[in-house]
Design a protein around this ligand. Structure first.
Ligand SMILES: [Mg+2]
Length: 460
């Protein structure tokens, strides 16, 4: 009796799954206007053919999602309609997420809270900062080591304050360094009324070096130097050092307080200035005015160089892809090599996709969300994630696809065609995605279908 009932239950589930599969395939085929318009060949059917049927290490678990932002959910300042559709599929009518979701981007320049607010506005559903992984978010792991060490920060946006919010207490932005010694970058301009003027005052404060906890309390703008120090004028000549090396008044990047680490947190707004100053700091072992020979003579330790993302290209409204931070990194490393007879800096680290740090962080955040959502999670051995699949949806094969493929099970790489990747084939030949679809809405359909399919196979 029991086995007959069990058999009937399985048959019912099989019929339900088959009907669901047919319904989704019909829906996807009906959603391919580009084929009708002749713009491109629809990839959905191929996508289903390419989904691994039941390779999930934990088929009974829920799915989890990681969405890239640029080229997937938005393009430049335009929110893609497929992004809104994808969110509808993953949320309840009350706007609650059905499954764990993170937004993992190689962009940055703002704090995670601010990006979460942007996503909330764009997508019409609440996104928290715990769902946001920016390119520089994994740099939080460096704070225990570098909190009290002099750090030079490069990048556009509010990276100086982002670095401070992470806990780096002795930070200096390349813009401050350039402004302090204008002869170092004669072709750059330094607006006198910079929005980071208060930050410069913090760096000027001598007390900040010895008592970093009080640095934030000095306040004021550049015109109000703290702790009895003279203010740094916009021209850099107001320090009394003749404009040759006023950087000493910043208290950092000096022989007594050389830069320990350079953090490139986003692609900079002035590549000339930052390439020049970073090379100066690297060759001078933390002191931009020092020669390599002088640094070697005193046995100064080498400076560590960290890039937050290696993307050569990214996509915005422009019809062709744009240079990203990876291009800037190439430039800096190439110039350093030319300056040093072919050497490479001793300590160079790349964060951001496809490197492992953001994926490890995503795994922790997604697991926490799954528990907070109250999803039933199967018992798994240590080191195994209780998800049927962690779907990493992205538009950049070299970053999103390669990163997910390298991250291992249960990550599933999903490539869309709304950003960097435009073909010509249905998938990338170099970094081949496990799933290739037209857009993020189709990606969610494919992932949910895959989840049901894996669960069904686990019951057989
Ligand atoms: Mg992208």
């Amino acid at each position: 009796m029991g086995s007959r009932y069990h058999g009937r239950q399985l048959l019912c589930r099989a019929v339900t799954l088959l009907l669901e599969k047919l319904r989704v395939q019909h829906l996807l085929q009906a959603q391919a206007p580009s084929a009708v318009a002749g713009h491109s060949t629809p990839q959905h059917t191929r996508a289903y053919a390419s989904i691994p049927a039941c390779n999930s290490p934990c088929p009974g678990g829920p799915p989890a999602f990681s969405f890239d932002i640029d080229g997937v959910l938005v393009r430049g300042k335009v929110v893609l309609p497929e992004g809104l559709e994808a969110v509808r599929k993953l949320t309840t009518s009350e706007g609650r997420w059905r499954y764990p979701v993170v937004f993992m981007t190689n962009g940055g320049g703002v704090c995670e809270e601010r990006k979460a607010q942007d996503l909330t506005t764009w997508l019409g559903v609440r996104v928290t900062r715990e769902q946001v992984i920016l390119s520089h978010t994994p740099m939080l792991d460096l704070v225990p080591e570098l909190a009290q060490r002099p750090v030079l920060v490069s990048g556009r946006g509010d990276v100086l304050n982002v670095a401070r919010s992470y806990g780096f207490q002795r930070v200096l932005h390349t813009r401050q360094l350039g402004r302090a010694m204008p002869a170092a970058t004669p072709f750059s301009t330094y607006p006198p009324d910079s929005e980071e003027a208060p930050a410069a005052a913090h760096a000027v404060a001598g007390a900040a070096l010895e008592q970093p906890d009080q640095a934030g309390a000095t306040g004021g703008g550049e015109g109000r130097g703290a702790a009895g120090r003279p203010p740094v004028s916009p021209s850099g000549s107001g320090s009394g050092s003749g404009g040759l090396c006023p950087v000493r008044d910043l208290g950092l990047a000096t022989e007594t307080h050389p830069v320990d680490t350079v953090l490139v947190m986003t692609d900079p707004d002035d590549w000339y200035r930052d390439a020049q100053l970073i090379c100066d700091v690297l060759t001078g072992a933390g002191v931009p005015t020092r020669s390599a020979a002088e640094a070697a003579a005193v046995g100064a330790p080498h400076v560590k160089l960290v890039f937050s993302n290696p993307d050569l290209l990214w996509a915005n409204e422009f019809p062709k892809n744009r240079f990203g931070q990876g291009a800037f990194a190439h430039m800096v490393l190439s110039l350093f090599g030319r300056l040093t007879g072919g050497c490479r800096p001793s300590h160079v680290t790349f964060y951001g996709k496809p490197n492992p740090q953001p994926y490890r962080l995503a795994e922790r955040l997604l697991l926490t969300q799954a528990r907070q959502l109250g999803l039933p999670l199967p018992e798994v051995p240590p080191g195994v994630l209780p998800f049927s699949g962690m779907y990493a949806v992205g538009d950049n094969p070299a970053a999103d696809v390669r990163g997910a493929n390298q991250a291992g099970d249960p990550w599933v790489s999903v490539l869309v065609r709304t950003g960097v990747f435009q073909g010509p084939g249905p998938n990338c030949d170099v970094d081949t995605a496990q799933v290739a679809v037209d857009d993020v809405a189709a990606a969610v359909d494919a992932a949910l279908h895959h989840t049901r399919y894996a669960r069904w196979h686990s019951m057989r």
